[in-house]
Design a protein around this ligand. Structure first.
Ligand SMILES: *Cc1c(COP(=O)(O)O)cnc(C)c1O
Length: 393
């Protein structure tokens, strides 16, 4: 794959600087005047930038900016504010997933018995316009303090049911290598923590951040999974592919969590192309999320049905490895629900009829003997009831 052609404004930057994540971060575009100088903004974008300045501003790395096309570009629409962001709907919520309500300590949300979500930073290289945490992300002053993190580690120590810690933010890779490694090492010292997940969009917005040095240090604390967030095959550049390959080579298991966005990626062909890119570079599509009803995203949200239709269109046509789970994270903190296309056309007794991959109807019958055993035959033997019948040692 050939390197991403740079935006003309950055063509004279020496490769060594362009490929240095610190240079990319230092040269982020965060002001209207800067963006205007390099992108021919629409009136709606300009108005969006001004309106959102104080509540959820924007930031764009020179690398991510180089992927921009016109105003409808799926990359540009994820990063540049739009006048539609000031629209509110009755469904909108500031904290749609009630993450703050389910936070036993400030830096941690604990919703499921065995997993917890730890916030380690509130900054990101690029602020996604659909961010579910825009209530706090981007505001460096709200970033968890060392004391907050100590409280979270203490909570995990006295809550051994948590075996899986998602390290999120903001983006944990916004921290220095030293600080991130320190946090991961601290989690590893908690015996009940079995796996660590790093939730980062850096492979997409700042792939230069995925350095061999960082991975070399982190890999000492495996098993570490990486949840990343590609939304469109246009983000599948040579640089992003190389970042995914470095992660896989260093033993990280990479899964992708895309968010369905209206007019950006809400077509089966787009999800298919993205899935194929990910698989070629040893990352698995994991979730395709319904966009959360966070304020400022009404214009980006799709009907729930769209996600079901996309999964239905892919099933049978595309490698099963390329098909993500379609999930709705329930507003109010009910947790994730996955939806699958309903391909059962009819059911009579023990016979079900399904619509197959080619559209034809196919019969599946439950076994005759077992069909009613659950209801009439009393409890079925289970492994534990079998074990009670074995003689004691
Ligand atoms: C999504 C989420 C998780 C992880 O869920 P998985 O389905 O295991 O990926 C854990 N905690 C919270 C609060 C979440 O929102």
């Amino acid at each position: 794959m050939t390197p991403t052609p740079r935006h003309p404004a950055f063509r004279s930057v020496p490769d060594a600087q362009w490929n240095d994540w610190r240079w990319q971060l230092r040269h982020r575009i965060t002001k209207l005047e800067q963006l205007e100088a390099v992108v021919d903004l629409t009136e709606e974008e300009r108005r969006g930038i001004v309106a959102r300045r104080s509540e959820f501003s924007f930031a764009i790395t020179p690398y991510y900016l180089s992927l921009f096309g016109g105003p409808d570009c799926p990359v540009r629409r994820q990063a540049v504010p739009h006048a539609d962001e000031v629209r509110t709907t009755p469904e909108d919520l500031a904290d749609p997933l009630a993450e703050d309500a389910h936070a036993p300590v400030a830096a941690l949300t604990h919703r499921y018995p065995d997993r917890a979500l730890l916030y380690v930073s509130h900054t990101c290289p690029v602020y996604c316009r659909h961010c579910t945490r825009q209530r706090k992300v981007g505001d460096a002053r709200s970033a968890p303090s060392r004391d907050d993190l100590d409280d979270a580690f203490a909570y995990l120590e006295k809550t051994p049911a948590v075996r899986d810690v998602l390290v999120s933010g903001g983006d944990p890779l916004s921290l220095s290598d030293d600080r991130l490694v320190e946090i991961v090492a601290r989690l590893r010292r908690i015996p009940s923590v079995e796996i660590i997940r790093l939730c980062t969009r850096n492979p997409v917005t700042l792939p230069q951040r995925i350095t061999p040095e960082l991975l070399d240090r982190l890999r000492a604390y495996h098993p570490i999974y990486v949840n990343t967030h590609f939304n469109h095959p246009k983000e599948g550049t040579a640089e992003a592919a190389a970042a995914l390959e470095r992660l896989a080579d260093a033993g990280f298991v990479v899964g992708n969590q895309m968010v369905l966005l209206a007019g950006i990626n809400d077509r089966p062909e787009v999800v298919e192309a993205l899935g194929r890119f990910l698989l070629r570079h040893r990352a698995r599509p994991y979730y395709m999320f319904q966009c959360d009803p966070v304020r400022g995203t009404a214009h980006l949200r799709t009907p729930v049905e769209r996600g079901v239709e996309i999964v239905d269109a892919l099933r049978g046509r595309v490698s099963g490895l390329a098909i993500p789970h379609f999930a709705v994270d329930l507003p109010g903190g009910g947790g994730k629900v996955t939806l699958v296309p309903d391909r059962q056309l009819a059911r009579t007794g023990r016979v079900r009829v399904f619509r197959g991959a080619q559209g034809a109807a196919h019969r599946v019958a439950d076994p005759e003997a077992n069909a009613s055993s659950g209801a009439e035959g009393g409890p079925e033997p289970t492994c534990s009831s079998v074990r009670t019948r074995t003689p004691p040692r």
